[in-house]
Design a protein around this ligand. Structure first.
Ligand code: AMP
Length: 213
């Protein structure tokens, strides 16, 4: 199973990818999480990426393509993976197709999670993320059991720098301009599946499972 989760920031890609990972035992591969870990570890890539991320912009294609190429050849990705937040540009999608072609592999489905712009803003403000495992919480819809502590791994919860209102607006603009055209790219390839991203996390997950299994 090789999947791509598409959708604007706040659509719930990370949450759904984590649930798919647990159900199908295929790793969630999130470029956002990889980049945040690099920032935390103070690596050169992390320091370079942070400037773009804090501004709500995309990290340059060559950086994220390099990270993905390294990640998907790891042992745990052999039987498949769930891409969360990659690709985000047509160039990234083309390079992914080329890389998989070289490995004689292909993507089974691209799941686009659709959510209205208004709702996205509310979902992203008030969100907190675990520094260690990437699990996400929300002060209204999914508060952690203990304040600032992750329910899954007891890591520390933080508000992401890029979950502040101005940066969120920028990220939504960037999504429309750079990432939304991927829907057409994958529709033409015949593997785009669209699911409604409203309702409970479990409802959305049932819809996602229905189109991937
Ligand atoms: P995410 O956790 O997926 O919302 O990503 C957070 C931020 O990381 C994005 O706003 C971008 O700055 C950066 N990022 C993550 N994935 C990519 C990607 N595929 N291409 C470029 N930038 C990315």
């Amino acid at each position: 199973m090789r999947l791509i989760l598409l959708g604007p920031p706040g659509a719930g890609k990370g949450t759904q990818a984590k649930m798919l990972d647990e159900k199908f035992r295929r790793p969630q591969v999130s470029t956002g999480n990889i980049l945040r870990k690099s920032i935390q570890n103070g690596t050169e890539i992390g320091n370079r990426a942070k400037i773009f991320m804090d501004a709500g912009k995309l990290v340059p294609d060559d950086v994220v393509i390099g990270l993905i190429k390294e990640r998907i050849v790891e042992e745990d990705c052999r039987a498949g993976f769930i891409l969360d937040g990659f690709p985000r540009t047509i160039v990234q999608a083309e390079r992914l197709t080329e890389t998989l072609d070289e490995m004689d592999l292909s993507i089974d489905a691209v799941v686009d999670i659709e959510v209205e712009g208004e709702e996205l803003l509310g979902r992203l403000t008030g969100r907190s993320t675990c520094i260690d495992c990437g699990a996400m919480f929300h002060e209204m819809s999914r508060p952690p059991l203990k304040a600032s502590v992750c329910d899954s791994c007891e890591g520390e919860l933080c508000q992401r720098e890029d979950d502040k209102e101005d940066t969120i607006k920028k990220r939504l603009e960037v999504y429309e301009k750079e990432t939304a055209p991927l829907k057409e790219y994958y529709r033409k390839q015949g593997n785009l599946k669209t699911v409604q991203g409203s309702g409970s996390v479990e409802d959305i997950f049932s819809r996602v499972c229905a189109v991937v299994s």
